[in-house]
Design a protein around this ligand. Structure first.
Ligand SMILES: Cc1cc2nc3c(=O)[nH]c(=O)nc-3n(C[C@H](O)[C@H](O)[C@H](O)COP(=O)(O)O)c2cc1C
Length: 200
């Protein structure tokens, strides 16, 4: 009887081991493909972020959407510079410019790429509004930032995203300069590999 109990106990122990091994390899599989279901969200004023978002889309697939401000901006660069300066200052006071919501349910995604220009050292205000509006639903999601600037560093834009989405996970952000947009494919691929977000 004692022998039978011992044999049964050993069988249970080993089968538990096998089950645990099975679920571990499942977890490893998920980790291997760190991307999961992906969404690319971009905002652009002069077109660079759209080029990068489309390039990224050809590499990883998934869904892609554009943020459109409710009130269109001027096409005049000098006026735009001033308008953006005021808007960024207003965000500091808690007033966000209205934008569309192009995403059905952001909670459906595992990884969300945020592609945006830098304005006055900050994340462009329409993208700040988007993150502000979606913050609760982005809890626990992986956010991968791609910021494009003429020359400034992007650390303040990363701080903006972290402030707006304090409960999201962030990969290392990618900084691209306006001057290198056309040849950015290799940089995108290298960054995806480095962050573990490559599809394969
Ligand atoms: C309103 C505004 C403010 C900007 N402020 C900065 C800045 O502070 N530093 C910088 O390096 N580039 C700045 N830029 C340049 C943009 O970040 C850069 O041209 C970017 O590639 C534009 O992306 P887009 O074509 O997707 O709009 C600014 C551009 C605009 C329109």
């Amino acid at each position: 009887m004692k022998k039978l109990f011992l044999t049964n106990a050993l069988l249970i122990f080993f089968s538990m081991g096998i089950c645990a091994q099975g679920s571990n390899s499942g977890a490893e599989k998920k980790q291997e493909n760190g991307l999961g279901k992906s969404l690319i969200v971009f905002y652009t004023w002069s077109g660079n972020s759209r080029i990068i978002a489309n390039e990224l889309h050809t590499i990883i697939g998934g869904d892609i959407v554009e943020i459109i401000p409710a009130k269109p901006y001027t096409r005049d660069y000098n006026q735009m510079i001033e308008a953006a300066k005021q808007e960024i200052a207003e965000i500091d006071r808690g007033k966000y410019p209205a934008v569309n919501n192009p995403v059905g349910n952001i909670a459906d995604y595992d990884t969300v790429f945020i592609v945006y220009p830098l304005w006055w050292s900050h994340m462009a205000s329409p993208m700040q509004t988007f993150l502000h509006n979606q913050s609760a639903k982005l809890r626990g999601k992986t956010l991968a930032l791609i910021c494009i600037s003429a020359s400034s560093g992007i650390s303040q834009t990363v701080a903006d995203a972290r402030r707006l989405c304090p409960n999201s996970k962030f990969t290392e952000a990618l900084h691209l300069y306006s001057s290198e947009i056309r040849g950015a494919k290799n940089q995108l691929i290298a960054w995806l590999e480095k962050t573990g977000l490559n599809r394969k």
